[in-house]
Design a binder for this molecule. Structure first.
Ligand code: GDP
Ligand code: MG
Length: 297
């Protein structure tokens, strides 16, 4: 079904009360310049939105990113309202000093927490717009052996503030064996350096077998190897989003070619509410506790 992107399942993930109000969700993309961040975001959300809805305008499409860019779209699917915000960050490598572009990301996250904290203590507590960053897609280049020192350093600055979901960029440049090896090395590095990635919750035992299987496959795919494309190709009369090479076509949505669909399903139809919950209960709670201890000092 190509007419919807899947967040209409959100009410299944949460209480009915929130349905009328609508959902806020903010996704940040982080990683070196040129890794395909903007392209992936277009592939994940915008292309589908262009087909069925007029907002946002094509001219607003994400171009080369030099400062933090915030795009918000309000979309409705089967009566469910979602206010989706994408934070596209300047890749490091664009700035002379990595620290500068890192600070932009970190400050942005803190600033949203601070705003929420202020709103929460204000008079209009019921109608707070939630701009907190609920998920950070961290792009790792496909050409290294694992995480680099700077990836680890940045992750250490981010992991107590935001849900980090690691993705291997441009996975179409790697063989199946290379993908498997890189995934293993990345997971090792993450473990050895005590980086706290977003942890998928345990699957409820009363879920059906199909769902459990899907959940196992999802967890086994981390970190997701992704491919993005802004090009629509016609293959055997079928329109697909893909990348054309002299030797063949990479179909972004083919699960044999990449984990793109797993990532999208996870973000949009199965784990969006959990990402919001962890943001509220863990990351924001950390921030609040810090604020309160500063005030009382
Ligand atoms: P950003 O700087 O991280 O936002 O990267 P862009 O999205 O601007 O992409 C940089 C270049 O990489 C462009 O030429 C894209 O066409 C190309 N690109 C994007 N995604 C992929 C991918 O999944 N695989 C390959 N091979 N190239 C990609
Ligand atoms: Mg970009």
């Amino acid at each position: 079904d190509r007419d919807y992107i899947g967040f209409a399942t959100l009410p299944d993930q949460v209480h009915r009360k929130s349905v009328k109000r609508g959902f806020d969700f903010t996704l940040m993309v982080v990683g070196e310049s040129g890794l395909g961040k903007s392209t992936l975001i277009n592939s994940l959300f915008l292309e589908d939105l262009y087909k069925t809805r007029r907002i946002p305008d094509v001219s607003e499409r994400i171009q080369k990113t030099t400062t933090i860019e915030r795009k918000t779209m309000e979309i409705e699917e089967r009566g469910v309202k979602l206010r989706l915000t994408i934070i596209d960050t300047p890749g490091f490598g664009d700035a002379v000093n990595c620290e500068d572009s890192w600070r932009v990301c970190i400050n942005y996250i803190d600033e949203q927490f601070r705003q929420y904290f202020t709103d929460e203590s204000g008079l209009n507590r019921r109608n707070i717009q939630d701009n907190r960053v609920h998920c950070c897609l961290y792009f790792v280049p496909p050409w290294g052996h694992s995480l680099r020192h700077m990836d680890l350093e940045l992750m250490k600055r981010l992991h107590h503030k935001v849900n980090i979901v690691v993705v291997i960029a441009k996975a179409d440049t790697l063989t199946t064996t290379e993908v498997a090896k890189l995934k293993k090395n990345i997971l090792n590095d993450i473990r050895e350096n005590h980086i706290q990635m977003y942890e998928f919750p345990e699957c409820d035992s009363d879920e059906d077998e199909e769902f459990k299987q899907q959940d196992r496959e999802l967890k086994a795919s981390v970190p997701f190897a992704v491919v993005g494309s802004n090009t629509t190709l016609e293959i055997a009369g079928k329109k697909i989003r893909g990348r054309q090479y002299p030797w063949g076509v990479v179909d972004v949505e083919n699960p044999k070619h990449s984990d793109f669909i797993k990532l999208r399903t996870m973000l949009i139809s199965t784990h969006m509410q959990d990402l919001k919950d962890v943001t509220e209960d863990v990351h924001y709670e950390n921030f609040r506790a810090q604020c309160i201890s500063q005030i009382s000092q």
